[in-house]
Design a protein around this ligand. Structure first.
Ligand SMILES: *[C@@H]1O[C@H](CO)[C@@H](O)[C@H](O)[C@H]1NC(C)=O
Ligand SMILES: *[C@@H]1O[C@H](CO)[C@@H](O)[C@H](O)[C@H]1NC(C)=O
Ligand SMILES: *[C@@H]1O[C@H](CO)[C@@H](O)[C@H](O)[C@H]1NC(C)=O
Ligand SMILES: *[C@@H]1O[C@H](CO)[C@@H](O)[C@H](O)[C@H]1NC(C)=O
Ligand SMILES: *[C@@H]1O[C@H](CO)[C@@H](O)[C@H](O)[C@H]1NC(C)=O
Ligand SMILES: *[C@@H]1O[C@H](CO)[C@@H](O)[C@H](O)[C@H]1NC(C)=O
Length: 394
């Protein structure tokens, strides 16, 4: 559910951006059209002699078309001739500060199911503000020439077949705010610099990336960070609090993170969604989470956490869904034992809660509860916590 809600937020954000963007470009196209009805010669002149930026775009798009090997919906079949602004999926807008010069500002080929790769010539599309290639079959690696796209604001390459190491070229894009690389096959280490970029949203879930969240996270501006289904490993560093002024959704589902949930997670005061399920977290729920007044979705299920579930967390004013199943909690304070009575969806199965149905066996519980992890003594970075957890695992 948490990931769904984040998906919804993203597509809404994307969609509204496209609408705004197109509104701007269509206004301009409309204005041009109005203008050209008064002077057909201008229009004709414009069409037959594209400006140098559109000529470059023509070279780039033709090079791209040559390396498209399958286009089942014929999306690019109208990519012929110099009028690139009329190509399907290609959006033109006035070049910033020069309202009389049109340039290619957006490429949107979402859901076109195209197979092919991205040629070096895409570097010629240097005025692009957005690239949306969601749900295609583009493969290979990203060309280094993309570093020429200094105005690129949104890059959505999700659900394709890109491979290779994390595409470091995206780290050099000065205007980038929205980065979506999820559902590809990028592998290997996450570059620490990713965490220090001026991004609003980072989606890298469902790749083959592995890395440890760097312990010295810089000040981040991201509001949505989704790393789910990668082998991130390591623990969540206290410097996660550097995301406090912006972060609204943190999704680390199935990322092989271990250690305790740091107190500093409770400093992310704008959080609406916190999902760290399907990991190897140990220790107690930090009480600081009871301060997350905007929190709606909390999922800590499928970890090895234990201790008491604090009433303060269950009483959070905006909480709608609290999943803590498949852990080793042995007590629920106050309303935590009956969240349905306050309208909160909850799942506390498979814990060690004596009064509740569908719990673990005494034997299973004792093995963990008799060896409590002291999170204060073993903050993120301390290997003993992981050793402890390995012991519990057996
Ligand atoms: C509550 O959250 C869990 C875990 O994210 C999800 O599986 C479940 O569908 C959610 N329930 C509702 C009613 O939203
Ligand atoms: C695409 O074009 C080919 C050849 O012109 C045609 O056979 C096919 O039906 C077209 N496909 C679609 C989805 O329009
Ligand atoms: C447009 O003008 C503003 C202010 O004059 C400047 O900061 C900006 O860099 C210019 N943008 C481009 C793309 O030239
Ligand atoms: C980068 O963009 C500039 C200007 O738009 C262009 O002249 C140049 O060839 C591009 N470089 C690459 C590597 O594509
Ligand atoms: C998870 O991370 C640990 C190190 O923390 C590593 O030893 C282990 O191989 C990882 N698990 C998987 C499934 O890759
Ligand atoms: C939970 O609260 C509701 C309404 O307050 C009550 O009817 C129900 O018996 C309670 N369930 C448990 C398990 O205490």
């Amino acid at each position: 559910m948490a990931s769904n809600s984040s998906l919804i937020t993203t597509s809404t954000a994307l969609f509204s951006f496209i609408i705004i963007y197109l509104a701007v470009s269509f206004n301009n196209i409309a204005a041009k059209h109005r203008h050209s009805t008064h002077s057909t010669t201008t229009k004709h002149h414009h069409a037959s002699n594209p400006n140098p930026r559109l000529q470059q775009a023509y070279i780039a798009l033709q090079a791209w078309k040559r390396v498209i090997y399958s286009d089942p919906f014929n999306t690019t079949s109208d990519w012929t001739g110099p009028s690139v602004c009329s190509y399907t999926g290609v959006y033109c807008a006035p070049y910033p500060n020069k309202t009389d010069v049109q340039t290619v500002a957006g490429i949107d080929l979402n859901h076109a199911d195209i197979a092919g790769y991205l040629p070096d010539e895409l570097g010629l599309l240097s005025d692009l503000a957005l690239i949306h290639l969601n749900s295609n079959r583009f493969c290979g690696i990203l060309p280094q020439t993309l570093s020429n796209l200094t105005l690129l604001f949104e890059l959505d390459l999700s659900n394709n077949r890109f491979v290779g190491p994390f595409p470091s070229v995206v780290l050099s894009l000065p205007s980038l705010k929205f980065l979506d690389l999820r559902y590809n096959e990028f592998e290997g280490a996450l570059p620490p610099k990713l965490f220090n970029l001026n991004l609003d949203a980072i989606f890298i879930n469902n790749n083959r990336l592995m890395s440890v969240i760097p312990s010295n996270l810089g000040l981040s501006t991201a509001s949505v960070v989704v790393f789910a289904n990668n082998n991130i490993g390591g623990c969540i560093p206290p410097s996660i609090s550097n995301f406090a002024n912006t972060m609204e959704e943190l999704l680390l589902i199935n990322t092989n993170v271990s250690g305790c949930l740091p107190i500093e997670v409770g400093f992310l005061y704008k959080l609406r969604v916190l999902d760290v399920s399907f990991n190897k977290l140990v220790g107690e729920i930090p009480y600081s989470i009871a301060g997350l007044a905007h929190l709606e979705q909390l999922n800590i299920g499928h970890n090895m956490m234990s201790g008491v579930v604090p009433a303060g967390v269950c009483e959070l004013p905006n909480l709608v869904n609290f999943t803590l199943s498949y852990n080793y909690f042995f007590e629920e304070e106050g309303v935590c034992g009956n969240l349905t009575s306050v309208g909160v969806v909850s799942d506390d199965r498979r814990n060690c809660l004596p009064e509740r149905p569908v719990q673990r066996s005494k034997k299973e519980c004792d093995a963990v509860i008799k060896h409590p992890v002291d999170c204060f003594e073993h903050p993120c970075g301390d290997e003993r916590v992981e050793k402890r957890h390995e012991m519990h695992g057996r």
